[in-house]
Write a protein that binds this ligand. Structure first.
Ligand code: BG6
Length: 489
């Protein structure tokens, strides 16, 4: 990581929803890590705004207690003490201009200081918070606003939220987070594709049979019922993370590695996605919901039992066969899949190449596969056919992997969490890894067709046993195409 440039503008961070789950789970830890690595500008203050009364001198201890609940590694004492000096708890209502005015008067008087406002709250209150920020004089050019997904529940919902944001802030000031874009391995996709001449000639419908993108989780909903039961996996994972991964795999090489160029290329991919409607809904999409089972040896309840009983039509698993209608990708399915309470946690992209044109080795050959493991155990495998050593006349083959493990290749390099990178970029004002409004809109437009198709055809989620790989319908979707999911044992 590059250190913060000397002489860059002085900056503070205001975390709205400063005593919320995301703040403790991700934001303070990321800021602490950045501070420990010498990446935060000197003098940067972290203002935590929340309604709950809490003496300001108690906040660092509270934050530490909560952070330690989520961390396996102990904190470095000296680094924590230094970081705690930056923390300021401010009790107030973020939707009240008067409260924000008081905050500004008490802490944000210097005109040349920049401010990053992180809205770690439900999108429902973005509009009143933005109005209050403007009312308190906190929407000037030096303010950047960071917003978390989900941005709406549909294209229309997104446009309404976005209209409120852009009424007050310019696009340049708005940083829409998709934390997958901050992951090291996701960034490496660009490096892999565009700095190795090996891949580009192969990266199209002539040589690629299909692509699989999986984000499998072992966790359930983890107490986020209010949000998840309304959103479901389609809106929670596919609309953002999976479609962003699809864009990075499918996009054309950008002219330059700058925000506008990269975003333009991703947008073209989103615009090329074939809408899924009518009969295709049941052929090309699968919804699932987990029932009780065992995940990694531990018995877990089903989705509705985990909630509060009752019925629910919410999907915890989605599989979609996406098609990109352009010259590069016509005829190459992109199978997307995500689910909770699956057998293993892994996010992976599999590029399956076509079979050889004229097989000389009978049926024992398999098509080559490039497997890009995003998490955990980041790495890249190229799976190739090899002859099994021996004297057999028929030359039996076996698939063998050329293996690149990140942890081995880059041992000694500290792991950087997605939120560290994204917060640092927001502090520096670098928007490359954030999502532009037109990308979010185009992604919703495609998702809306699926959501509407499910609603119109009363497509209820298919049950699946927790601890497996989702409902059999997902296996059948690929089997109809003569293909199988690539599941890691
Ligand atoms: C979040 C979703 O955006 O991503 C969660 O809201 C999901 O439901 C999480 O668990 C997965 O992120 P990661 O980084 O663990 O793959």
């Amino acid at each position: 990581m590059m250190a913060v440039e000397k002489g860059s503008a002085m900056c503070d961070i205001l975390i709205v929803g400063g005593d919320g789950d995301l703040a403790y789970r991700k934001l303070y830890v990321a800021l602490y890590e950045l501070d420990r690595a010498g990446q935060l500008p000197a003098g940067l203050r972290v203002l935590a705004l929340a309604r709950k009364p809490l003496p300001t001198d108690e906040f660092p201890a509270t934050a530490r207690r909560r952070i330690e609940q989520y961390r396996s590694k102990p904190l470095d004492e000296a680094a924590w003490r230094a970081f705690a000096e930056r923390l300021i708890y401010v009790q107030g209502d973020a939707t009240s201009a008067a409260d924000l005015m008081a905050l500004r008067e008490n802490f944000l008087q210097q005109p040349d200081r920049e401010l990053v406002v992180y809205l770690s709250t439900p999108a429902a209150i973005f509009a009143p918070v933005c109005q209050a920020l403007a009312g308190a004089g906190l929407s000037h050019d030096g303010v950047r606003i960071v917003v978390e997904k989900p941005l709406g529940d549909s294209r229309a919902g997104f446009l309404a939220i976005n209209a409120e944001l852009t009424r007050i802030f310019s696009e340049r000031q708005i940083f829409r987070i998709d934390h997958y874009l901050g992951k090291e391995s996701v960034q490496n996709l660009l490096a892999l594709r565009f700095s190795n001449s090996l891949f580009e000639p192969l990266w199209n419908h002539n040589l690629i049979d299909h692509v699989q993108i999986t984000a499998a989780e072992t966790i359930g909903v983890e107490g986020r019922w209010a949000f998840y039961d309304v959103a479901g996996a389609l809106r929670d994972m596919v609309q953002n993370h999976l479609l962003q991964l699809l864009c990075l795999v499918a996009m054309e090489p950008p002219a330059r590695l700058e925000a506008g160029f990269v975003r333009d290329e991703k947008l073209k991919v989103l615009h090329s996605l074939k809408p899924i409607t009518g009969a295709a809904i049941r052929e090309r999409t699968v919804r699932g919901q987990y029932r009780s089972g065992a995940v990694q040896g531990e018995v877990v309840p089903g989705y509705t039992e985990e909630r509060d009983g009752g019925d629910s039509d919410t999907e915890t698993f989605v599989a979609v066969k996406a098609e990109i209608m352009n010259w590069r990708w016509a005829g190459v399915p992109f199978y997307l899949r995500t689910g909770k309470r699956l057998a293993r946690r892994f996010s992976e992209i599999v590029i399956q190449f076509r079979e050889v044109a004229h097989p000389l080795f009978g049926d024992s050959g398999m098509p080559n596969r490039l497997v890009i493991r995003l998490q955990p155990d980041k790495g890249i495998q190229l799976r190739l056919m090899n002859k099994i050593p021996g004297l057999e006349a028929d030359m039996p083959l076996q698939e063998v992997a050329l293996n690149l493990s990140y942890s081995e290749a880059f041992s000694g390099k500290a792991e950087v969490d997605a939120y560290e990178r994204l917060l640092l970029d927001a502090i520096k004002g670098n928007p490359t890894l954030f999502v532009r409004a037109d990308e979010v809109e185009a992604a919703w437009a495609w998702i809306d067709h699926i959501a509407e198709g499910w609603r119109a055809s009363r497509y209820r989620p298919a049950p699946y046993v927790a601890g497996g790989y989702g409902p059999p319908e997902a296996v059948a979707m690929l089997a109809r195409d003569g293909r199988t999911w690539y599941d890691v044992e």
